[in-house]
Design a protein around this ligand. Structure first.
Ligand code: RIB
Ligand code: CA
Length: 310
């Protein structure tokens, strides 16, 4: 069985780092490149953090630098969760000889999609700035991709505001471009990713494995614990692993085709992904498969195995 060609766009960030570990572990996937976005942290950190994760897990994924800021709005980082350096303020070493690619994120993504026509799965685990730039510069790209698995949005609650999920909120204009692009979108929003949480016992198990990736994962996630526990959270949601896991284990997820529109002019609701799933008033189009349910037990079991064996 040939491997599934994959491209990731990450704002490496703690759960982005875990998603890269998962992608590396899953034999079904062939991760061809990682582009970096600003979001959880500034671009400079997201870019070099991705190199750091390459070193941690012994991979050499090519890393391509993306946009320094969102399309229109000022950058709002996630330092309260991901730390100032984006990796929970854990000090991970850089590779001795990191390869600095000259191509931009959007040019490299397009070149990869052309090399794998209608087969490349784009996994977006960050604000969608780079993807929007790529789709605008190369209008044929949405149809050239097999699909876009994006972590973002929600049919229900927000997490950065009561209305909006973080990735959509950070760059609403970019999200609007992507949802209008005609690409085949699988949306892994908070409706499903809030089910994908590692418990404190799970992260203790990762640390107790003595494996570098397990030790790092607990250490970087613990930075967020004071904030999460204040909100009454009981674990660490591995949001970004959901769109990756789906590629190898789609049976763990259930969703519904729906119309999704991004609010770009709201004050209270800016960045909200408005879906018609729970409404008797339907949009006259359906532009995404919105994931709603997860087999958490199997998800967490596979994810822990991946982190401890990557
Ligand atoms: O809302 C969760 C998303 O925001 C995840 O991608 C996390 O990494 C942050 O970017
Ligand atoms: Ca992310």
């Amino acid at each position: 069985m040939s491997k599934i060609p994959v491209w990731m766009d990450c704002d490496t960030g703690t759960d982005d780092a875990v998603a890269i570990m998962l992608a590396s572990y899953l034999d079904e996937l062939d991760l061809l490149g990682i582009s970096t976005a600003c979001g959880n942290t500034i671009q400079e950190n997201a870019y070099w953090n991705t190199h750091r994760i390459n070193r941690l897990i012994g991979t050499n994924y090519p890393v391509y630098r993306g946009a320094e800021k969102p399309l229109i709005v000022p950058l709002v980082t996630g330092a309260h969760i991901h730390g100032e350096n984006g990796l929970g303020d854990v000090d991970l070493p850089l590779p001795e000889h990191p390869v600095v690619q000259k191509e931009s994120a959007w040019d490299a993504l397009y070149a990869c999609a052309k090399a794998h026509p209608h087969a490349l799965r784009l996994v977006a685990t960050a604000p969608l700035t780079n993807i929007a730039i790529a789709f605008t510069k190369y209008p044929e790209l949405p149809a050239l991709l097999h699909s876009v698995n994006l972590m973002g949005g929600s049919a229900g609650v927000g997490n950065i505001t009561p209305a909006a999920e973080y990735n959509m909120y950070v760059d609403p204009q970019a999200a609007d471009i992507v949802f209008r692009s005609g690409a085949k979108i699988y949306m892994f929003g908070l409706d499903v990713t809030l089910q994908a949480c590692l418990s404190m016992e799970d992260v203790d198990e990762l640390e107790a494995s003595g494996k570098p990736a397990g030790i790092f994962t607990k250490a970087c996630l613990m930075h967020s614990w004071p904030v999460l526990s204040k909100f009454g959270e009981t674990g660490f949601c591995m949001h970004d692993s959901c769109p990756v896991m789906y590629l190898a284990y789609p049976e763990l997820f259930e969703g519904e085709e729906a119309g999704v529109v991004v609010e770009t002019r709201g004050t209270i609701t800016n960045g909200k992904t408005v879906t018609d799933i729970y409404s008797d008033k339907q949009f006259p189009f359906s532009n995404a498969m919105v994931m709603l349910k997860l087999d958490r037990e199997r998800f967490i079991s596979i994810l822990k195995t991946a982190i401890m064996n990557v």
